[in-house]
Design a protein. Structure first.
Length: 289
């Protein structure tokens, strides 16, 4: 699997398996768990539980990026995120912040976050890449073509989705490096479900090697998303409900790990942690012959 980015806590550098990032959405409108952890107490309790279940990172987000979601004011995002980041960091958890805003990223890192996860790849806020360069904090740059209200109208990939995503993520990687970001501190994310049709996601997952060829670790975030609901449709053609997609998510985690993903971003930490441990044993046995 890909090398752990510089600057992350030592326990992440010592992993011999795919990392597991636990999702903690502190929003009222996220597609899977919106509203369940909107209060500080509920969010901290759940974050501590994710840590106890073995999450290597807990990704705290205060702004929904589901299709059609509206942006929230920066003060609201800060108010949602900072108390949870501070409390979880104090409890001993490694915390990342899921934000497209440099101001939120900076405040969260000051509160104890060790990684910035920007789903816009630095495109949404022109100050993000300079901040990442100046601070030296590790980051995830995701493939992105526009905000949630626009992204599903931008799913045309001339030459195929894999080539398109590799090219556009490569552009974001070069932009970050030109801004002064150390490439050894960058993780790339293909943006499963973001400006992708449900069908588009499968070639991306099946060709993670093309993304890894860009030279950075790769994070896969497919947990409970619509493309899994569609592949699991019932005989009447109804999508599998969000809360019944966990077994499929676990399968994606195992396959991503075997395919060399550095990490997976998931809602159910325990199941995916089991999956990536099995994948690590499988891969080790393949090398030993």
């Amino acid at each position: 699997m890909s090398q752990t980015p510089l600057g992350l806590p030592q326990h992440l550098s010592e992993l011999r398996r795919c990392a597991v990032m636990g999702v903690l959405n502190v929003t009222p409108d996220s597609f899977s768990d919106g509203g369940r952890y909107a209060s500080t107490d509920a969010a901290v309790t759940h974050g501590v539980r994710l840590h106890q279940e073995g999450a290597d990172l807990i990704d705290v987000g205060g702004e929904s990026t589901r299709p059609g979601a509206q942006r929230v004011p920066v003060d609201e995002e800060l108010g949602r995120v900072l108390p949870i980041v501070a409390a979880l960091a104090e409890s001993g958890a490694a915390v990342s912040v899921d934000t497209m805003r440099a101001e939120v990223a900076s405040a969260a890192v000051s509160a104890g976050a060790v990684l910035v996860n920007d789903v816009s790849g630095g495109l949404a806020d022109p100050q993000m890449l300079p901040y990442l360069a100046e601070s030296g904090v590790p980051c995830v740059l995701m493939h992105w073509r526009g905000h949630s209200t626009q992204m599903m109208s931008r799913t045309d990939y001339v030459g195929g989705v894999v080539a398109g995503v590799v090219t556009e993520l490569g552009d974001r990687l070069r932009a970050a490096v030109e801004a002064g970001v150390d490439p050894r501190r960058i993780v790339l994310d293909p943006g499963i479900g973001f400006a992708k049709t449900p069908h588009d996601n499968w070639p991306l997952l099946a060709h993670l090697s093309a993304l890894r060829a860009l030279g950075c670790p790769v994070l896969v975030g497919g947990s409970r998303k619509r493309f899994l609901g569609e592949v699991l449709t019932d005989s009447a053609g109804s999508l599998r409900p969000v809360d019944q997609r966990e077994d499929a998510t676990t399968a994606v985690s195992a396959l991503a790990a075997v395919s060399g993903a550095w990490g997976v971003r998931v809602h159910d930490v325990r199941r995916s942690l089991d999956a990536v441990r099995v994948a690590a044993a499988w891969s080790a046995a393949a090398v030993e012959g």
